[in-house]
Design a protein around this ligand. Structure first.
Ligand SMILES: [Zn+2]
Length: 334
């Protein structure tokens, strides 16, 4: 049996978890970080339980000694902190993914302190800045920059934000392209009424125009297609067919001009959601680094699929990388 082709047992509506875990297990640099035991030196012993359980699960899933393994231990440890994931009800795969990435980051982060100049309105002062890095920030973290322009005095201010997942609006009902979703996310937006900004130049609240761009593109970019439209008690699922490229996704139109490079991204995993809001079923399509083929992961069932099947109507999360993955090697004894 090939490596990285291990099914996951369904523990009662845990397909959302299985689909996300399979997608994470197709990220070679992440898998290798655990297979090599590198994570051990970074691990915060106090809050390392979830990351340790994740490491063991990734090894079991990657090494391929069994046709199917159970994510039970990982789920129990995660459930101690987030009891939602112990329930036998369907959860949102995107929320689960964010919880897992946050937990791994918290357990594996390194805090860097440095002196930096900060300005107050009256003087420059020296203060300490901290930044946190981990395998998660190295792989998934990007920076967005927002240009916010006061429409009264035209003064522009900037705001930065970090992201690990980009939640993209779906602009059309029946079909559209991923580029159209990206255009919609990165288009200029007006802040009026309750969303006005406080302009320090005018000294009052004013209407403003805001435009986001990518100030730093991540190595791995995760798109969350906002299919679940919830406004108050009104909920619906958008079943728009979204066309996405398998190769050569160009993010440069959305990258801040001064830092513009030309990274081209290739798709390596898709999380699909079938059915309705509160039930439904999740599966994952992942590309295997060894065979270079695509596989469908449906809990314990795995089957090879042709590349032409990777474009699919139920796509919910899309994972792209700007670097080709090499085959992860196990160098640590568990
Ligand atoms: Zn102003």
């Amino acid at each position: 049996q090939y490596q990285g082709l291990t099914g996951l047992r369904n523990l009662g509506n845990t397909c959302y978890m299985n689909a996300v875990l399979q997608s994470l297990c197709s990220i070679s640099p992440l898998v290798e970080y655990f297979l090599s035991g590198k994570y051990i030196s970074a691990l915060d012993k106090e809050k390392g339980e979830i990351a340790t359980a994740f490491a063991y699960l990734m090894c079991d899933m990657w090494l391929g000694e069994f046709d199917c393994v159970s994510p039970e231990v990982f789920r129990l440890v995660l459930g101690e902190r987030y009891p939602t994931f112990l329930r036998k009800t369907q959860q949102d795969a995107q929320e689960f993914l964010i919880y897992v990435l946050n937990e791994l980051h918290e357990a594996l982060k390194k805090v860097h302190k440095r002196r930096c100049q900060g300005s107050t309105s009256t003087s420059w002062e020296s203060r300490t800045c901290t930044s946190e890095t981990s395998i998660i920030t190295q792989l998934f973290q990007g920076h967005l920059s927002y240009d916010i322009m006061c429409l009264e005095c035209q003064t522009t201010t900037y705001k930065n934000e970090i992201f690990t997942v980009l939640s993209l609006p779906i602009p059309y009902e029946s079909e559209c392209t991923l580029q159209e979703c990206l255009d919609c996310f990165f288009q200029q937006d007006m802040l009026t009424w309750n969303n006005q900004i406080h302009c320090s130049h005018c000294g009052t609240n004013q209407d403003a125009a805001v435009k986001a761009s990518i100030a730093q593109a991540p190595k791995i970019v995760i798109f969350h297609l906002k299919r679940f439209d919830c406004q108050g008690s009104y909920k619906k699922k958008l079943r728009t067919e979204i066309y996405y490229p398998l190769n050569n996704l160009d993010l440069s139109p959305y990258i801040y001009p001064l830092v513009r490079k030309n990274p081209k991204y290739s798709l390596f995993a898709v999380v699909n959601h079938f059915g309705d809001l509160d039930g439904g079923h999740y599966t994952a399509f992942c590309k295997n680094t060894i065979t270079k083929n695509w596989y469908s992961f449906d809990d314990s069932q795995i089957r090879e699929i042709p590349e032409s099947s990777v474009q699919t109507g139920p796509a919910y999360l899309l994972l792209y990388s700007c670097q080709a993955f090499s085959i992860p090697v196990k160098t640590h004894n568990y």
